[in-house]
Design a protein around this ligand. Structure first.
Ligand SMILES: [Fe+2]
Ligand SMILES: [Fe+2]
Length: 263
């Protein structure tokens, strides 16, 4: 199975480049399963039900999020819409599993594509991030219940050390662990010795003439003055960042990871 994962889709520029490039990417890389992080799809902050549906309609199978998941409060009602249907679009939108118990939404999706079972997990890191449950032990517990051999993890985290450590911790136990959240792609993609594909951060799908997606003047001003400011999405130098991961359907082991950056 070939899995395409698209990094944090940021605002309209991010959504547009996904719409423009996805069909060709799927053809070119014989992609079977399309995953994306969409926590910044709504002008950089969160995702609305309408935008979630728009992205699913482009052919994305499962979407992950992160710390921005609640920025648009309507998404809570969207999660509620999934009740009773284990494969509805609303159920295929994830938020980090290790958030406080009892919140809306799910951090694990188990499905099938072309007859092959797979699981997608979304977890958030704890270093320089809001508080959450320990992702390491949380993943240990999740792995006890997941039956699929193909297990894909979006680890939404800030610190490179926490991400690299989690990669080694999970080597041989998941198909892939990819980092999101920093919006800056790293050049360390690798298939670890026991068959887990890893990259510290896939990077953002959005405007790079910016400070991690936001109009650069606004962020520079914030650093200079320390005053609160309303952040707006930038628009220049739009890129799609992602990875394609090839894995064995029967063992779930990754055989290849390729980093993508399209303009
Ligand atoms: Fe993000
Ligand atoms: Fe984030």
């Amino acid at each position: 199975m070939n899995i395409l994962f698209i990094g944090d889709i940021f605002g309209r520029p991010g959504r547009n480049i996904v719409k423009e490039k996805l069909p060709e990417l799927v053809r070119q890389h014989s992609v079977d399963l399309v995953l994306a992080n969409c926590e910044n799809a709504a002008a950089g902050f969160g995702i609305t039900p309408a935008l979630a549906e728009e992205l699913f309609d482009l052919g994305i199978d499962v979407m992950t999020t992160g710390n921005h998941v609640w920025d648009k409060r309507e998404i809570i009602e969207y999660f509620a819409m999934a009740d009773g249907n284990p494969h509805s679009p609303a159920r295929r939108l994830l938020r980090p599993a290790n958030f406080a118990p009892g919140l809306a939404g799910w951090g694990l999706y188990e499905g099938q594509k072309k007859g092959v079972p797979y699981a997608v997990v979304n977890l958030q890191g704890r270093v320089f991030m809001g508080s959450s449950d320990d992702p390491f032990r949380y993943m240990d517990r999740l792995l006890e219940s997941i039956k699929a051999k193909i297990i894909f993890l979006d680890f939404h985290a800030e610190a490179t050390s926490e991400k690299v450590a989690f990669g080694w911790y999970l080597d041989g136990r998941v198909t892939a662990i990819v980092g999101t959240h920093t919006h800056i792609p790293t050049a360390d993609e690798i298939v670890l010795p026991k068959g887990t594909a890893y990259i510290t951060d896939v990077g953002m799908t959005g405007p790079y003439e910016s400070v991690i997606g936001v109009k650069k003047e606004l962020v520079i001003d914030r650093f200079l003055s320390g005053m609160p400011a309303r952040f707006e999405a930038a628009s220049g130098d739009v890129r799609l960042c992602g990875v394609v991961i090839e894995c064995d359907d029967t063992t779930g082991r990754a055989t290849r990871i390729e980093r993508l950056m399209l303009r």
